[in-house]
Design a binder for this molecule. Structure first.
Ligand code: FCB
Length: 470
């Protein structure tokens, strides 16, 4: 079936696998700290999340991820289950401090932890044996503590530390892993980690923010170049959190434009050679004037093969005098009284998936988009050994329908990774919000495939039976 059909404006497209085409990528996404556990095993060094999660008051439920899903020991059976669900692509991240316990590689005084490298080697081999394509995320927020102790992301040396790490990983796995994602949601870890302090390392204040943004954008491009050098046939991407932004009232148009610049443009535009969006956010011009070194602005660009979009909700904003620099704030889903709100307080608004794909498709420099995360946390209950998560199933069906709509209009969206495979440690929220297609009983480590997981299985493996108009 052709994937380039004329736009359908009357009824939403029929959801069935063949409509996406045979080359569409189906997978789930995970992250090391959220699932692995085994934080002190086989020579792993501590990361900023190990210490942050143990500080009082940082995690809403007072929990940490020392054990998490025990994926470190259970990956073989977990990945078999993943494959059984019909999902052929598996996205995971590498724990930097498992591979380089001091953060730095040998040329800069650090050492390689062979046992850490060997773990991911086994994991990758197991994926390949099962017919699962591995997608590696090089940085999903768990900075080695040793590097935070030397200044972390505000220290410009991080660009070299990170590039060295990428060098080690691509030399180790590049011959068998061909899909690489450089950073996971640079906006989230820079703002939440170094400006608001809600995430590790929990630092606050404006003075860190511009250096962190700039070092992160440089690391994104330099990391890309390092993968290209070591794995010339790799597909290289980077993954952004993104949301279409709507003004709450017509008066809030400018506020919406500023939030859009922050949420959606800040890291893609420098990568495309367009510089930071200082036209809309003037404070960003201080990066070029005060933070950057000569030649930096050119180094920010990298020719990514794909851009990962991580989309969950739309943003509705209004102007606000209390939020310096941005002069805008979110109007929460709760305040707007929207019909479906997830456990994270996020609005379920499927049309926003279509809109964000369309928005990113407008950049001439983007070749391909992959939805590298989308999903929903709802309260789950186990009844008679089953988890009947209708709301989550509907979320995926409705958001996928919008992906299909975009694809049928010829927009270059080529894959969907559900967030996430297993219920896991949801950062500052602890284990309470469950996003998995597979339920995890954290006392016994038992896995139960939820109805949403079964829906994917049926959808991906059955012939046309699940066609559904939503
Ligand atoms: C994204 C993160 C991912 C997970 C989901 C719910 O922002 O990349 O680790 O927390 O949100």
């Amino acid at each position: 079936m052709s994937t380039h059909q004329p736009p359908r404006t009357d009824t939403p497209p029929l959801l069935n696998r063949p409509a996406f085409g045979t080359d569409f990528i189906w997978g789930t996404a995970t992250a090391a700290y959220q699932i692995e556990g085994a934080v002190d095993r086989d020579g792993r060094g501590p990361s900023i999340w190990d210490t942050f999660s143990k500080q009082k008051g940082k995690i809403k439920t007072g929990e940490h991820a020392d054990i998490a899903c025990e994926f470190y020991d259970r990956y073989e059976s977990d990945l078999r289950l993943h494959k059984e669900l019909g999902l052929d692509h598996f996205r995971f991240s590498l724990s930097w401090s498992r591979i380089l316990p001091d953060g730095t590689a040998p040329p800069r005084g650090g050492r390689i932890n062979e046992a850490g490298l060997a773990f991911y080697d086994r994991l990758i081999d197991h994926c390949l044996r099962l017919g699962l394509t591995p997608w590696i995320t090089l940085y999903h927020w768990d900075l080695p503590l040793a590097l935070e102790n030397q200044g972390g992301w505000p220290n410009r040396q991080i660009v070299d530390w990170f590039t060295d790490f990428v060098d080690v990983c691509t030399k180790a796995y590049g011959h068998k892993v061909k899909h690489w994602i450089i950073l996971n949601e640079p906006l989230a870890f820079s703002v939440l980690g170094y400006f608001t302090g809600q995430h590790a390392p929990g630092r606050r204040g404006f003075w860190n923010l511009l250096p962190v943004i700039h070092n992160t954008a440089l690391a994104q491009a330099e990391g890309g170049r390092m993968v290209r050098q070591n794995v010339p046939d790799a597909q290289i991407g980077t993954a952004f959190s993104c949301s279409p932004v709507d003004p709450f009232t017509p008066r809030d148009q400018n506020a919406a434009a500023r939030v859009d610049a922050l949420m959606n443009r800040l890291f893609i535009e420098p990568a495309l050679g367009l510089g930071y969006p200082s036209d809309t956010l003037p404070f960003l011009s201080d990066i070029a004037r005060k933070v950057a070194k000569p030649g930096d602005m050119e180094r920010l660009a990298f020719d990514f093969d794909f851009i990962g979009l991580q989309h969950y909700f739309r943003a509705v904003v209004e102007q606000s005098l209390f939020m310096p620099y941005l002069w805008a704030k979110e109007v929460t889903a709760l305040r707007r009284g929207v019909p479906v709100i997830t456990e994270m307080g996020w609005e379920v608004y499927p049309d926003s998936m279509y809109r964000i794909i369309r928005q990113f498709s407008q950049y001439a420099g983007i070749k391909k988009l992959i939805i590298t995360e989308s999903g929903a946390a709802f309260y789950d209950t186990v009844q008679h050994g089953m988890v009947n998560d209708t709301a989550r199933t509907e979320y995926h069906q409705q958001y996928l329908t919008q992906v299909l709509r975009a694809r049928q209009e010829g927009l270059p969206v080529d894959g969907y990774f559900a967030w996430t495979f297993l219920d896991n440690f949801e950062w500052a929220e602890g284990y309470r919000p469950r996003f998995g297609l597979v339920y995890v009983d954290f006392r016994t480590q038992q896995r139960i495939v939820k109805a949403s997981g079964r829906w994917f299985q049926q959808f991906l493996t059955a012939e046309n039976e699940t066609s559904k108009r939503l």
